[in-house]
Design a protein around this ligand. Structure first.
Ligand code: DWN
Ligand code: ZN
Length: 403
């Protein structure tokens, strides 16, 4: 028998340092792989969080193939009104900040359904290009007239990609197994005076607010300035500013250029200060203990209450599968047509639309995407209130309130 390759990663994807595993979420299916039928069988893979002992990049230590994860993607980033507002504001800001004009070339990596590039097009910027590996979401962008390349971005996929004045990487870098190749490709498409912005959920918030549910195979890395700066620097890219954003539980937007000049801006220093405990292993141990407590509290609550779910988010599946929830939750409501009528991976809970959920007069509705809590409360609250229903969130700790 030939020697099998060990699929578990022991060394850091960024710097090759040794990995230290601190949280085991069990064997889990890819969290966006919704099932078409309740008796379909999904693939399960180990889901463990680890941190590099050298550069302190947090990452999963088992890489599921991106082809399996992103081929037929069901996450459409225009599913939330708040997010649409967020991308509109970003467009306004970048037009002013980078002097974007009708001659500028803009490239967005992980362009999903193209709504962000649509904002630039509406301002008369014609040279916009999206790159996304998922055919299902790219088709929506193309139908809207957004030029989109269906490809996994990286150095092998650069043929025909122009040089850009602005390269946008919003919530995409975490989804890349080969971080160094990805950053090298970013550097190659950025004009010498171009700007690159990278937006990502800040790992400091993940750790401080016990957002363990955002750990899933799709997210190969959990980013910080501490881990990102050396990785960017290897390819001649330098951070010159950061911005703190409330999105996805607290994100960082990092501004990068090849030759920024000038000293560190105050927010860069503030971000580094926030990250001062990332090199301390007790940070990770305490986080893992709090995740276990959340599981314990929610499991006890579920035993004594009739709970429905809302928001078939990827993070919801990590949570439900870590808690070992199965059909005890009768259904989960979600506005995304591509998710409705399907079944959650692992738990096999059916996904329905808002009306079908509310028709059941749910006494308790667990909001799985806690990051959209306000928007969801506004959407469901009035109807839920009529039946005396309650909302529940489990993260950062169990909270129950009357609708
Ligand atoms: O990195 C990623 C990010 C940014 O988003 C991806 N890997 C996948 C995705 O993560 P997620 O699935 O946890 O994202 P959301 O945006 O928290 O998911 C929200 C879900 O809830 C969507 O399926 C849409 C749904 N929703 C709804 O049904 N009604 C959302 C809102 C606000 C609503 O009112
Ligand atoms: Zn490392």
């Amino acid at each position: 028998m030939g020697k099998e390759l060990d699929p578990v990663r022991h060394f850091c994807r960024a710097c090759n340092g040794r990995l230290h595993v601190f949280l085991d979420l069990g064997n889990q299916p890819p969290s966006n792989a919704l099932l078409r039928r309740p008796d379909d069988r999904e693939n399960f893979y180990p889901l463990q969080a680890a941190v590099c002992e050298d550069c302190f990049l947090m990452q999963v230590n088992y890489d599921v193939s991106p082809l399996e994860l992103f081929g037929d993607y069901v996450y459409f980033s225009s599913g939330s009104k708040e997010w649409l507002d967020h991308t509109r504001r970003y467009c306004e800001q970048m037009v002013a900040h980078c002097g974007i004009n009708t001659e500028s070339q803009i490239i967005e990596i992980g362009s999903n359904d193209g709504h962000l590039l649509g904002h630039f097009k509406a301002k008369g910027v014609e040279r916009v290009l999206g790159v996304d590996p998922s055919y299902s979401v790219a088709q929506v962008a193309i139908a809207k007239g957004i030029d989109t390349m269906v490809a996994h971005f990286g150095t092998p996929a650069l043929a025909g990609v122009p040089l850009a004045d602005l390269v946008i990487c919003n919530n995409v870098m975490a989804h890349v197994p080969n971080l160094n190749d990805f950053i090298s490709a970013l550097s190659r498409i950025l004009k010498p005076r171009g700007t690159l912005t990278i937006e990502f959920p800040h790992v400091v918030n993940l750790l401080n607010f016990t957002q363990f549910d955002t750990i899933y195979h799709e997210h190969y890395s959990y980013l910080s300035l501490k881990a990102l700066e050396p990785a960017l620097g290897r390819y001649g890219l330098f951070v010159y500013d950061v911005e703190f954003l409330p999105t996805h539980g607290g994100s960082l937007r990092v501004f990068v250029q090849k030759n920024p000049g000038g000293g560190d801006r105050p927010d860069v220093r503030a971000a580094r200060h926030m990250e001062r405990y990332l090199g301390d292993m007790t940070t990770y141990r305490d986080f893992a203990n709090r995740a276990a407590k959340i599981r314990q509290d929610f499991s006890a609550f579920l035993l004594t209450h009739t709970v429905y779910g809302y928001g078939a988010a990827a993070k919801g599946n990590t949570f439900l599968n870590y808690c070992g929830v199965s059909r005890r939750i009768p259904c989960v409501g979600d506005v995304t047509p591509a998710k409705q009528g399907k079944y959650l991976p692992g738990s096999h809970i059916p996904v329905c639309d808002d009306a079908a959920l509310l028709a059941q007069k749910p006494p308790y509705v667990l909001i799985l995407p806690w990051n959209w809590r306000n928007e969801i409360v506004a959407r469901l609250g009035p109807e839920l209130r009529k039946g005396g229903g309650h909302f529940v969130v489990a993260i950062p700790e169990l909270e129950v309130w009357k609708a």
